[in-house]
Design a binder for this molecule. Sequence first.
Ligand code: A2H
Length: 254
Amino acid sequence: EALNPQEYTAIKMEIVQWSDAVQKVDIDSKLGGRKVFLVAATLRPETMYGQTNCFVGPDLKYGVFAANDKEAYVCTTRAARNMAFQGTFDVQGQVNQLFELLGSAIVGTKIKAPFALNPEVYVLPMESVLASKGTGVVTSVPSDSPDDFATLTDLKKKPEYYKIDPLWCAIDPVPVISTPTYGEMTAPALVKQLKIQSAKDAKQLAEAKELAYKEGFYNGTMLIGEFKGESVQDAKPKVRESMIKAGVAFPYAE
Ligand code: A2H
């Protein structure tokens, strides 16, 4: 991994409405009029049409970092440091944290999902989000990510246990990619086939993730968006460029 840097696409998801747990009066003064975005790192930008949610680690610490005079990004401090050296912020190499939030406080926040069929989605908790990878914010695409589908299934079963409003996970998976082996819902098909019971079935989920990625990448066809009908292999870099051009994404590497 040290030899091969991972090239992610960072997706900017503007906050439409903060959760009740965030004290609006307190943060308004700290933001200085900046728009705030949750920034998710993904390896599958072509699946963003099918976002139904976004995930944060409930026990992880997040910072709200000034990117410039107009925008602030929510991510881990680790990711903000990387961004500072990749030309993401207006001052090269400098991290300007406006304030800090616990993941659990961000849960329930409503955000814009760029390029998605559902233009606004909610932030939900995911225990398996690692602080050591990406931005600590994960887009949720249950049609194509077995991890996302398994987590959403768990949340839907026990909303009170996870302290969430059932409304926040009420959006159904959206068909994004068709594959010969799994049809239009690759992740749900694999979760069923491998008899995955919950997001805690880490071993089977790792296998499902591998199978879903390979089948989607090598044999998938886009069902939606600007590159509908094209192979996933062709569409992937095009969707990425299209999102970057539209100002809703930027390259992020680590
Ligand atoms: B992927 P790699 Cl549809 N902790 O995006 C846990 N998982 C994280 C993360 C973190 N801190 N940061 C990013 N990720 C997820 C879409 C997707 C992803 C689909 C299918 C597979 C898939 C929607 N979720 O990933 O370890 C993000 O989820 C499977 C490869 O760096 C990101 O891409 O290889 C992927 O894991 C990065 O994983």
